[in-house]
Design a protein around this ligand. Sequence first.
Ligand code: HEC
Ligand code: HEC
Ligand code: HEC
Ligand code: HEC
Ligand code: HEC
Ligand code: HEC
Ligand code: HEC
Length: 402
Amino acid sequence: MYFAKPYPVNTTTIPRLMAGLLIAGAAASLPAPARAQRSPQREPAACRSCHQAIVDSYEKTAHLHTSAEPTAGTILGQFSPGHNVLRTRVPGVYFVMQRRADGFYETSVDSARHDRRSARIGLVVGSGRRGQTYLYWSNGQLFEMPVSYLTPAHAWINSPGYQDGQIDWARPIIPRCLECHSTSFTLVDRGGRPEYLRSYVLGISCAKCHGDGRAHVKYHTAHPGDSTGQDIVNPARLVRERQLDNCALCHSGDRPRRGPAFAYQVGEPLDSYLLPSGGGDLVPDVHGNQVGLLERSKCFRASPTLTCSTCHDVHQTQRDVVWFAGKCVGCHDTSHHPEARRIGTRLVPDCIACHMPNRASHALQFNARARQVPLDFRSHEIGIYRDVTEAVLRGGAGGGPR
Ligand code: HEC
Ligand code: HEC
Ligand code: HEC
Ligand code: HEC
Ligand code: HEC
Ligand code: HEC
Ligand code: HEC
């Protein structure tokens, strides 16, 4: 999993030789990439004329901002002196983050070896609710940068899974990473060597869940009187398994690939593209398996229509746990809740805290400063957690909205 161990590098798509490319030559700046060619009209904009409210709210979501071009606005880490150095436990090994005329750079320094290496940030991954990781281009390949950013600590950190005090510029970005964190990338074979083209679409766009919308736009532009949506997938009309698959593409954790990357289309069975998850290690975490956890809960097993959309409207940012409790009350009459007397007026505000508890991340490994910051992830295994209940009743596990 992403934060637990290094990305699986040894895939069929990216040969290991990439690792060797960078190591040559100390003090070398990596080649500057050509400017990305973006599609002239980003997709949400193409939908705005007829779905303005959805597009306006969708444009604020973490999905849309989960990958971006590097700018002063999209990179959360600070470049000002006093805030732009990440020290490690090895004296003399540190990283400097700089804003230069042509972009934003990370530089690693190993003083003892007189080694200094820089690369320009090429892409930003993560909307930054919890953090961001940065990628750099080299000969059509993307690599992970050694320094990431952790939002709750407001600090640069060793990229997740990297050893504190070691310098590693050689971790290629496998397609699966971009499949979950973008709309599309195109991979081409250059004489046995895979390269990403620059015609990518960053952020998760409408197409990822609705399919290609061009025919739909064309039809409705030509037939303004037709009020039934044509040539577009509405996931609400799919059977439950296919609805879940649409989210499971990215929300069922680390699953081995069976079909090609970026090929899955909403409505298809996901098992043709990814092997089923082992199902063993279902713990909530940053690259956790919300689908698998939800499927284990009684609510899911006993309600044939319960899906992610029962609670989530992905076109909006939803952070209010009291609002979510309203979804539970839609199915559960809590007037005879077995613990009602002990819980009192906290029944609704703490509903989510007791039955979908936050769990501390096990996967994150940091440098010392960032280790002080607890990172929690919501369990989607809705159930009875007596230890959590006692902590909530003592006021320990934090009830209300985060
Ligand atoms: C020219 C107007 C127009 C544009 C542009 C447009 N739509 Fe629609 N769309 C409609 C109409 C009309 C409907 C049917 C009424 C409704 O559900 O709002 C619809 C319905 C939908 C539905 C529901 C379909 C169903 O079966 O329930 C989805 C999903 C959708 N549009 C997505 C999109 C996406 C994604 C885009 C951008 C790629 C887009 N639309 C652009 C007019 C448009
Ligand atoms: C299987 C799909 C998947 C893969 C593969 C994946 N991610 Fe993620 N990633 C997610 C999801 C889903 C979240 C949000 C989880 C949550 O909030 O509970 C996330 C969260 C993150 C975050 C935190 C974002 C924030 O705003 O707080 C970062 C950074 C990140 N991923 C980077 C990466 C990088 C870099 C790779 C590959 C090298 C990668 N991820 C691979 C699905 C994936
Ligand atoms: C992460 C997946 C996802 C993305 C991205 C997404 N949608 Fe949806 N959309 C859904 C789901 C799921 C439904 C069905 C909701 C339900 O079950 O009621 C839906 C329903 C709709 C509908 C039907 C009417 C309605 O209000 O429910 C429209 C229109 C729509 N989406 C437009 C868009 C547009 C435009 C974008 C891009 C700006 C977009 N969607 C992005 C998942 C997505
Ligand atoms: C293409 C991959 C992808 C698909 C498909 C997808 N998600 Fe996500 N989702 C992500 C990633 C990546 C993040 C983390 C975004 C970030 O913060 O950088 C995320 C974040 C979220 C969040 C947290 C958002 C927040 O602001 O706290 C929710 C909730 C969510 N997804 C629900 C869904 C649901 C429901 C579906 C299916 C209708 C779905 N997602 C489909 C990749 C995906
Ligand atoms: C679509 C309807 C639906 C929704 C929404 C729903 N549940 Fe349930 N839930 C059920 C059903 C049905 C059962 C099984 C009842 C039974 O077996 O008697 C259940 C069981 C439970 C149980 C008993 C679990 C156990 O292991 O014994 C708890 C606790 C629970 N739900 C809490 C919640 C909470 C909290 C929420 C909101 C986060 C929620 N439910 C949302 C339908 C739902
Ligand atoms: C019964 C209601 C319910 C259902 C069903 C549900 N969720 Fe959630 N989800 C929540 C609540 C409550 C939160 C916590 C919101 C918060 O704390 O801001 C949440 C948070 C999330 C997050 C952010 C988690 C984190 O800790 O960062 C993701 C990702 C997510 N849900 C994905 C999904 C997916 C995918 C599905 C379908 C498999 C799903 N959810 C089904 C209620 C639900
Ligand atoms: C302070 C923690 C806490 C809060 C708040 C809380 N519950 Fe519970 N809930 C529990 C515990 C503990 C049990 C098991 C009680 C028992 O079996 O003796 C339980 C049992 C349940 C059950 C299954 C038992 C039954 O027959 O009703 C459901 C359903 C349920 N809760 C739903 C909810 C919903 C919905 C909310 C919020 C709207 C909520 N609970 C708020 C702790 C809590």
